[in-house]
Write a protein that binds this ligand. Structure first.
Ligand SMILES: [Zn+2]
Length: 399
């Protein structure tokens, strides 16, 4: 048990189930070798709440430190562009939203799609470098935290809005309550809060321990998210299971106590109960399975790395976890198509990040696909490659 407070229900009955030791921040790319001496590692221990089932890291790191210079620019990832196009259609079409606020707006990938459909939308994000990109596209973006002050300022400028949303960033916050208070502040009484979050059900089923990096402070289920929303006066009224980031939920919540949840909400709640998704015993078993996988990848790849040239592909947040937890210092290069990351060094293991052209010039014997959730896209893009692909998940496999 840890003495920390659960971020969803507020109780103090957290049980550790996976200790990953000291790891670098998944987004902590280094500009060059001179930064290696000052690089910090942080303990990464994952807990489950015995009361509401929320999966969480209990050691908070200041968001300023995590997200000030963020090397993940959504608009460079093809499948994400498609996702946000569909989401913008859903918001402007099915929900008939006219005004919206998006927190964690990144480079404006959703805001631009909303604007194109006539929705008046304001974005909020911590990252200075990324919000500068969004502003360069002519989007209305605030740099900073989405808190009560920010929500009041937006409200006095635009009035209350129909929709508040955050995609794949809500779980990055140590104080999700502050976001929910801000959302209530700026949302019209008939409005909706829409959260897209990585889903604990997919984490469990697909053994995706590599999404449990420091930045992802919580992994939500319908059960744990409902407990959290209820504390701040929101009620879940609809839910969708999405393929984004290898499995997410889109949850719609209303501040109106009279609105009733639909059948999809009841169905998913029943499924979570059947899977024992919100039970600590489930997560202790998960922790043992993860340990076994990490040990298998560590020893197998080290044997190959002693004899053959190995590169890795996809410098997503997952990459730093695989390379560091499996001690893959023998991997020579990290291939990634984002120009923001090219030229940097991987956190922890310090491989240079290079653009895909480099791999074509100098093909390795093996490519370890750290962005395994985009393997189909990557393999189709690098059709010319005749060496061996290795995916650590959904199965540890060679192709
Ligand atoms: Zn809890």
């Amino acid at each position: 048990m840890s003495g920390a407070e659960c971020r969803a229900c507020g109780n103090r009955r957290l049980e550790p189930f996976l200790d990953l030791g000291e790891l670098p921040l998944a987004g902590g790319f280094l500009s060059d070798a001179s930064e290696i001496a000052d690089e910090r590692l942080y303990p990464l221990e994952v807990h489950v709440c015995a009361d509401c089932g929320l999966v969480q890291n209990v050691l908070p790191i200041a968001p300023e430190l995590l997200f000030k210079q963020y090397f993940f620019s959504s608009s460079t990832v093809g499948p994400l562009i498609e996702h946000f196009k569909g989401y913008a259609e859903f918001i402007s079409g099915a929900l008939a939203v006219k005004t919206a606020v998006e927190f964690g707006c990144n480079d404006g990938i959703l805001l631009a799609q909303l604007k194109a459909r006539g929705v008046k939308a304001v974005g909020v994000d911590y990252a200075e470098n990324i919000t500068a990109i969004a502003r360069g596209k002519g989007l209305d973006v605030v740099t900073g935290a989405f808190d009560l002050d920010c929500a009041r300022a937006i409200r006095s400028r635009l009035g209350s809005v129909d929709y508040v949303t955050g995609s794949n960033c809500f779980a990055h916050n140590h104080e999700p309550g502050a976001i929910l208070e801000a959302a209530r502040q700026v949302l019209a009484p008939t409005g909706l809060l829409g959260l897209e979050v990585m889903y604990a059900g997919d984490l469990l089923e697909k053994l995706q321990w590599d999404t449990l990096y420091h930045e992802h402070l919580t992994v939500l289920s319908l059960g744990s998210l409902s407990a959290l929303l209820k504390r701040y006066g929101f009620k879940v009224v609809d839910v969708f299971h999405l393929p984004m980031h290898a499995g997410s939920l889109r949850v719609l919540a209303s501040p109106d106590p009279n609105r009733q949840p639909n059948a999809r909400v009841a169905e998913l709640a029943a499924r979570e109960k059947q899977q024992a998704l919100n039970e600590p015993a489930t997560w202790h078993a998960f922790g043992n399975d993860v340990r076994r996988l990490i040990d298998a990848v560590t020893s197998t790849m080290a044997d190959i790395g002693a004899r053959r040239k190995i590169w890795a592909y996809g410098a997503s947040g997952r990459a730093a976890l695989w390379l560091s937890a499996c001690r893959m210092t023998y991997v020579e290069r990290m291939v990634d198509s984002s120009p923001l990351r090219a030229g940097t060094l991987m956190p922890g293991t310090h491989q240079p990040v290079v653009l895909p052209e480099e791999m074509r010039k100098n093909p390795p014997d093996y490519v370890f696909v750290t962005a395994w959730n985009y393997f189909d896209v990557i393999r189709a893009k690098e059709e010319w490659y005749r060496g061996t692909w290795v995916t650590p998940l959904p199965r540890f496999e060679f192709f």
